[in-house]
Ligand binder design. Structure first.
Ligand SMILES: [Zn+2]
Length: 85
């Protein structure tokens, strides 16, 4: 996998999950920048982000489902995730 920023070869890996994340205390998500600009941080939950066009990033635990695959470029720290459907 080539890094989309610098073109160098990325290193394959998997995403981890913290104990708190597995019981829903924190959830990783992606959202457009304008969503972060428009909503106060304390009102921006993953559910709200998804309703605004964001994507919840489900992190597999490697036990009941596969770990989330990811790639990192060591040169520019760009990370690509291969999300669980
Ligand atoms: Zn790179």
């Amino acid at each position: 996998m080539k890094c989309p920023k610098c073109g160098k070869e990325m290193i394959a890996g998997e995403m981890g999950i913290s104990a708190n994340s597995s019981i829903g205390r924190s959830t990783l998500f992606w959202a457009p920048k304008e969503v972060f600009n428009r909503l106060l941080p304390n009102t921006l939950t993953a559910k709200k982000a998804v309703s605004e066009g964001g994507v919840q990033i489900k992190i597999g635990n490697g036990i009941t489902n596969n770990r989330t695959a990811g790639y990192i470029c060591r040169d520019c720290n760009c990370v690509l995730l291969d999300l669980i459907k």
